[in-house]
Design a protein around this ligand. Structure first.
Ligand SMILES: [Zn+2]
Length: 508
């Protein structure tokens, strides 16, 4: 056994993409999504090992060819980008397949004929692969360690008043990712028709906090804050923030009143919530798993073989991230409209990767190909998705208000605004470059958000124009659940560019 340990590299290389991606995204990937992938990779390793046994009885040679083929299969996207896409070659998938196939054949021939002793090479590859995996695992452990060393503040709730709460209304918390305030959409992005949506909401009894800013400029900070009704301690704690967004205070309180928690996640860290009574989502693969899939050789094979597999993919709702995203958001809108029929009281949390997100919707909801989306650019793409989700939300609001027996509570909120800071290409969208440069100043226009409330029975009297999401549920619990939660000062934080471990108050 000891003299064979240096043949372990095909096994290590097979597992490495999963472990590496896990370490890079440990903030957002729970173990339950990693294990099936590891199992699949293990299986692939076994299949490859026994397949090459047909051609190579020599173990040294077999280890090398197994690793070689596993790298091509699992890391095809990287291999393609490095050698075939970004170089003078610039080959299409089809041609790169042929080239790779020829390389593989020559390599097999060379191995077969070779009289070299490969044990040293095998040792080196095994050590390299082992070190790589250990570094990735160390990063994962460090991430987990971070959660346990910092504890969450607790919130005081007055339970003695609970008997007074007799009317339990259904609560809908709808997050529209990156939905800016109507002011920014109209005056900065130049979309005047946004006013129709504002009128729709106001005509239906919504209060719009039109000077509202988000507390943070990104989702992974903003959602754990609003769902736990508190400010975060530190920016660099992805794993902790992910777990706060999943195991949040709002659902704990509502569950204690007998609420059923229904979770409609997005193609993000909100994908699945294990504490929910019901998850409504589609997709065979989680975001982490589809990222793995997109790096393998199976993805371009799927693209080339075209329609037949495409239909199969559509049927099972997996394999293609863009198509799945398009189907998922439509599906969630439909399901939201049906929720009033659910036996209540319910708390529905719905996170739409709209209007910010992969551009897959035209303004009328038609599917956009990757090429069409690219042609639109980031601003037009965003505004198209604003129009699509507005229409969708108008229908959902109409349906919920019409079907609910008891007047429901509805919150429609952007977790942050249009992210000007990471859309530098918007400079090309403006005739005046000086004006454009002013727009990409971090924070300046990225904080104003859509923040709309349907708070029946006088609840809206507690709302105010400059309120921020950290106070959303504090106000809700105070009015509808007889609580006495102190309102926090409305502050927008951003990460200190000089010291990324600290938040700083964003200075308007
Ligand atoms: Zn977001």
């Amino acid at each position: 056994m000891k003299e064979k340990i240096h043949l372990i590299h095909p096994f290590l290389l097979a597992l490495s993409p999963a472990v590496f991606l896990w370490s890079q995204n440990f903030g957002e990937v729970p173990l339950r999504e990693v294990f099936p992938v590891l199992f699949f990779l293990l299986l692939l390793y076994v299949v490859a090992w026994f397949f090459w046994k047909i051609f190579f009885s020599d173990l040294q040679k077999r280890a090398i060819i197994t690793s070689f083929s596993l790298v091509i299969v699992l890391l095809f996207n990287y291999v393609y980008n490095i050698f075939f896409d970004n170089t003078v070659l610039h080959l299409r998938f089809r041609w790169s397949f042929i080239v790779i196939f020829l390389i593989l054949i020559s390599f097999i021939y060379f191995l077969k004929k070779s009289k070299i002793d490969f044990s040293h090479l095998n040792k080196i590859i095994s050590i390299a692969a082992g070190v790589f995996i250990l570094i990735s695992l160390a990063q994962v452990s460090y991430g987990y360690y971070g959660i346990y060393t910092s504890n969450n503040k607790n919130l005081y709730l007055d339970t003695k008043n609970n008997e007074e709460v007799t009317e339990l209304r259904d609560i809908y918390y709808i997050i529209l990712d990156g939905y800016s305030s109507s002011n920014v959409i109209k005056n900065v992005l130049g979309f005047e028709e946004i006013e129709n949506f504002t009128f729709f909401l106001e005509n239906n009894g919504f209060y719009i906090a039109d000077e509202s800013l988000s507390n943070y400029p990104e989702t992974l900070l903003s959602l754990p804050s609003s769902l736990n009704m508190l400010y975060l301690d530190e920016p660099n704690a992805d794993r902790k923030h992910f777990s706060m967004a999943e195991n949040h205070k709002v659902k704990d309180i509502l569950k204690s009143y007998g609420y059923k928690y229904i979770h409609l996640g997005a193609d993000a860290f909100t994908y699945f919530n294990r504490y929910a009574d019901r998850n409504i989502n589609i997709g065979f693969f989680s975001p982490y798993q589809s990222l793995m899939w997109h790096n393998t050789i199976f993805k371009p094979i799927q693209d080339i073989t075209g329609a037949r597999i495409e239909r199969l993919a559509e049927k099972f709702g997996f394999l293609d991230t863009r198509k799945t995203q398009w189907q998922r958001e439509k599906y969630k809108l439909e399901k939201l409209s049906e929720l009033p029929e659910e036996k209540g009281p319910i708390f529905a949390f719905a996170h739409f990767l709209l209007p910010k997100g992969i551009n897959v919707f035209d303004k009328d909801g038609r599917y956009l190909t990757e090429k069409e989306a690219k042609q639109n650019g980031s601003i037009k793409g965003y505004l198209n998705q604003v129009q699509y989700i507005n229409t969708g939300i108008e229908k959902v609001v109409n349906d919920i208000l019409r079907k609910s027996d008891n007047e429901p509570i509805i919150i429609i909120q952007g977790d942050h605004g249009f992210p000007f800071y990471d859309n530098l290409d918007i400079i090309d969208n403006f005739a005046d470059p000086a004006r454009a440069r002013e727009l990409v100043v971090p924070g300046k226009y990225s904080f104003p958000i859509l923040n709309a409330y349907y708070f029946p029975d006088g609840g809206d009297s507690l709302l105010y124009d400059s309120m921020t999401p950290v106070n959303t549920f504090r106000i809700l619990f105070n009015h509808y659940f007889e609580q006495d939660l102190e309102l926090l000062e409305d502050i927008s934080y951003t990460v200190d560019s000089d010291d990324e471990t600290e938040f700083i108050v964003w200075d308007k």
